[in-house]
Design a protein around this ligand. Structure first.
Ligand code: SAH
Length: 393
C-alpha cells in the first residue's frame, strides 16, 4: 500500500524519528489490513521508505527502513543481528540481555529479552504481530532459541487493536521445569518466564543494581522499596551491607526474591510483602535509620494528564526517604515514566528536600542499562531516570 504525507510532515522521519501520526497523512491507497507494510511518500511524491500502517492507531505509521527493501525474515535477521552486535560490543556482556529494544533498535514494537537460549518476546505493534512467526523462525534458526515465550499482556496493545496474549511459541528444552537459574554479574537469580512480570526480570535496572556496590559498605543499613525480585537488595548484600529491608506488594515477586536470596546464601535481607507507602509511614516515626535507600516505584502515570498527581506520589516517597536517612547517606531514586521529565523530577527532588529539611547533591545520574539504548531523536525511547543523591544534613 501507499501513504502520502501532508506537506512538510516528513521532517520527523528524516530526523530519525519513526512515527507518523494519523493527522499527518494526506491519503492512503490500497489499504488491506492493519499492520501491513506501506510505502511512504512526501507530498511531492518522494519515496521515504517502508513501515507498518495501522488505520486504528493514533501512531498510524511506524517506520522500518529508508530503503526500498523487502520486509520479511531476512530483514528481521539483519536488524536483530545489528542489535545483537551492540550487546556483544560490551566486554563480558554474558548471555542474558535485552536483545532487541523496539524503536531503539529500529524494530518498532518488538522487545526481545534473551536468557541464554531462552527468549521472551513482547509485541506492541500490529505490524510486528503479523511478523510473529518470522520472528520466531529467526530466533530458532539464527539465535539458537530452545524456548520462546510471548508475554503480550501489556495494556498498550489495545491502542493497536491487539488482544493480550501469553503463551509458549516454541519449546525444545528437555526439561518440564520452566523456571531456571541465571547468573548476572556474579549473582544467581531464578527466572520464571512463564509466571514472572513483563519479561520475567527487569533487565533495564541491571547496571544500576551493580552500581550500588560502589557505595555500600559493611555495616550499612539498606532499605529497598519496590524491590520486585530483589535485584538491588542482592547487590547490597554482596557489597557487604549488614541489614537490608526490601518490600514489594506482589506476593509472587517476594517469593522469588526470597528464593534468589537463599540461592546466593545471603542471610541479611528481610523481604516484606507490603505496600511501600504504608511501610514508609510506619518507619517515618523513627527517623535517621538508613544509610542507603532505593526507591524504584512503577510508573505513576502512563499519560501526560496525570503528571501532577504522579509528582505528588513521588514527593511523598522521596521526602519521607530523605527524612529516614542518616546524615550524609544515599538515596537512589527512580522514575520509569516517560511523561515525567528530568526537569520535573529534579524540581520534585528539590521540593522533597525542602520539605524534609535536608540538602541534596546529585552524585550520579543514570539511565537504563546498555542493552536498552536510547534514540536522541526519539524522546519516547528515554523513560528511565535514576538519581543517586547524597542527602546531607
Ligand atoms: N526495583 C525492582 C523493579 C521495581 S518494578 C528491580 O530492581 O527489579 C516496580 C515494583 O513495584 C513491582 O515489583 C510492583 O509489584 C511493585 N509495586 C507496585 N505498587 C506497589 C506498592 N504500592 N507498594 C509496594 N510495591 C509496589
Amino acid at each position: 500500500m501507499k501513504i502520502t504525507l501532508k506537506k512538510n510532515e516528513e521532517r520527523r522521519i528524516l530526523s530519525g524519528h519513526q512515527w507518523i501520526f494519523s493527522n499527518e497523512i494526506e491519503k492512503t491507497e490500497d489499504f488491506e489490513i492493519n499492520g501491513q507494510i506501506a510505502e511512504l511518500f512526501t507530498s511531492s511524491g518522494k519515496f521515504l521508505g517502508r513501515g507498518f500502517y495501522n488505520r486504528n492507531s493514533l501512531i498510524a505509521y511506524r517506520h522500518l527502513t529508508d530503503k526500498d527493501e523487502e520486509i520479511g525474515k531476512s530483514f528481521l535477521f539483519r536488524r536483530l543481528s545489528m542489535a545483537n552486535a551492540l550487546r556483544r560490543k560490551k566486554n563480558n556482556c554474558g548471555e542474558v540481555y535485552r536483545l532487541c529494544n523496539s524503536e531503539s533498535d529500529l524494530l518498532p514494537g518488538l522487545i526481545i529479552d534473551k536468557f541464554y537460549d531462552r527468549y521472551s518476546i513482547q509485541i506492541f505493534s500490529a505490524g510486528m504481530e503479523l511478523l510473529k512467526n518470522e520472528i520466531k523462525e529467526v530466533l530458532m534458526e539464527n539465535f539458537k532459541a530452545e524456548f520462546i515465550i510471548e508475554k503480550n499482556d501489556n495494556d498498550t496493545r489495545t491502542l493497536e487493536g491487539l488482544e493480550k496474549r501469553e503463551g509458549i511459541l516454541h519449546d525444545s528444552t528437555d526439561s518440564d521445569e520452566k523456571e531456571f537459574m541465571a547468573e548476572l554479574d556474579g549473582i544467581k537469580i531464578m527466572i520464571d518466564l512463564v509466571n514472572g512480570q513483563k519479561s520475567g526480570y527487569y533487565l533495564d535496572q541491571q547496571e544500576n543494581r551493580v552500581l550500588i556496590r560502589k557505595y555500600i559498605k559493611e555495616g550499612d543499613k539498606v532499605l529497598d522499596l519496590f524491590c520486585n525480585e530483589g535485584g538491588f537488595s542482592l547487590n547490597a548484600s554482596l557489597a557487604g551491607a549488614t541489614e537490608i529491608t526490601a518490600a514489594d506488594s506482589s506476593g509472587h515477586s517476594i517469593k522469588i526474591a526470597v528464593r534468589n536470596s537463599e540461592l546466593n546464601g545471603f542471610k541479611n535481607i528481610k523481604f516484606l510483602e507490603t505496600d511501600a507507602f504504608d511501610l514508609m509511614n510506619e518507619y517515618f516515626q523513627m527517623p535517621d535509620r538508613f544509610d542507603f535507600i532505593i526507591l524504584d516505584p512503577p510508573s505513576f502515570t502512563k499519560s501526560r494528564k496525570n503528571v501532577f498527581t504522579a509528582l505528588k506520589g513521588y514527593t511523598e516517597l522521596n521526602y519521607k526517604a530523605m527524612k529516614l536517612l542518616k546524615p550524609n547517606s544515599f538515596l537512589f531514586t527512580f522514575s520509569c515514566s516517560y511523561h515525567i521529565s528530568e526537569k520535573a523530577f529534579e524540581d520534585m527532588l528539590i521540593q522533597s528536600a525542602q520539605k524534609a529539611d535536608r540538602k541534596i547533591q546529585i552524585v550520579e545520574f543514570r539511565n537504563s542499562s546498555f542493552d536498552h539504548p536510547v534514540l536522541p531523536q526519539m524522546g519516547e525511547t528515554k523513560y528511565l531516570k535514576g538519581y543517586l543523591l547524597r542527602v546531607t544534613v
